[in-house]
Design a protein around this ligand. Sequence first.
Ligand code: GLC
Length: 548
Amino acid sequence: MAVKDKIVYQIYPKSFQDSNHDGWGDIRGVISRLDYLQELGINYIWFNPMVVSPQRDNGYDVADYRSFDPRYGTMEDFEELVSEAKKRGIDIMFDMVFNHTSTEHEWFKRALAGEEKYKNYYIWKKGKGPGVPPNNWQSKFAGSAWEYVEKFDEWYLHLFDVTQADLDWTNPEVRKECADIVNYWRSKGVHGFRFDVINLISKRSYEDDPNNYDGRQFYTDGPKEHEYLKELNLNSFGQDEEHLTVGEMSSTTIENCVQYAGKDCSELDMVFSFHHLKVDYKNQMKWELQPMDFMALKRLLSTWQVKMQEADAWNALFWNCHDQPRSISRFGNDKEYHKESGKMLAAALHMMRGTPYVYQGEEFGMTNACFTDISQYVDVESTNIYDVLLKQGKTKEEVLHILQERSRDNARTPMQWDDSENGGFSDVKPWLQSADSYKKINVANALKDPDSIFYFYQKLIKMRKEMPVVQEGLFIPLLEDHEKVFAYERKLNDESLICINNFFSEETEISLPLQDYEIILSNYQESALSDNMKLRPYETIIACRKQN
Ligand code: GLC
């Protein structure tokens, strides 16, 4: 399908809009906000899972792939959403969690009851000895990746929470079930699919990780990955053009991604990769803080752009999602330069080659949660790691500081619609506390201010829809050695667009031949181009070559 002019908006449904006074977002709440999304100009809404789930991992622990959790609403509500969205030119994308199911899923329950068929849906191994798991792999949410079941004297694999049992993709019945689920949602009018941690489905072998790491080298981008994706694609979509797919790729490589998201789209239309969001991880460790390594960020963004382009493969572009802290707090300056840095980050991303994803609240500069007590956190990863880090000898203050920077709950606080209680998300206590910033940073204020971050996003989105150079242009990195500025050109025939971004709160100088260019969008009132020029804090400039 034609993806190059599309923009996807991600809704974390639990936190978007509550319509029935239970502190929990729902489908009817989303329907009531569709006009806002239409005004922004997006084409697709990607929803995090709304199906039945014990919510240990907020819906990524699926207990029934085909029914809505009643807290989100009913199938009738969803049908109305599909048709109301369609009226506004918006399609729906669903999240398919196929690496694992909840242990509350009927398949797992029947497996535990001893039904061979369903036992074979999951990955079971003998331990190395009494009480010793099959290998030293660690769960992504801390602790061993194996859980013992006495009845079988075997362990099941869970790369995530103990209640998220990994499916065995070597079993053709599992693969068929997954394709059937995609087809089920297609029949309900869903045209987009995001496949959760999909590059973990093919396990290579079950050896000990010799580096005493978490074992990822044995289950990431595994040997049958491409084969499984091709099969899933064929069995779900056949020759149908009307769909859009994106795979979430955990710790992947460009070499694999050029295949996953290759031009023929026989596996996926595009991929999320995360390397650019680890530039503030010390030694690649999520829970070790360091300031952003800007040169690494530039290098990673450019390399992925260039290498994917060389192979004619397609990137998903994003700074934010429900698993990442807010980019404005992380790579921008959410205080003195809230507006400037919010716009700069947007421009830097939206003018690149790929499909931009906007995560709810990003479009008006929502910031990190700033929680000060562990009782405010809900996320299983955060609460688990809190205990682990304390045990490792860190003080409570140190650990809370790490969570303020890194917790996934930073992204999950309720959407800030206005300055009423709970930011207009709900009139009762929300499932996760609102960030205090809602009093100032909210949709109502953004819509009142013609110079807001919101209207800047609106312009960027319009540019992608209208300008072939943004959709198709070649990406060429500029100023590669500059220590403060990320800049690039997009080129299509004789059209040229340049995007220049100062990532810091200090002024800096650049030198580029800009005499033939004119500014089409920037984040300061008066900006003028010259071959040697100063950029102001977080200044962004998008300029096009003048047409003769
Ligand atoms: C993905 C999801 C994340 C979830 C995990 C396990 O990374 O984005 O939220 O916890 O997979 O399903």
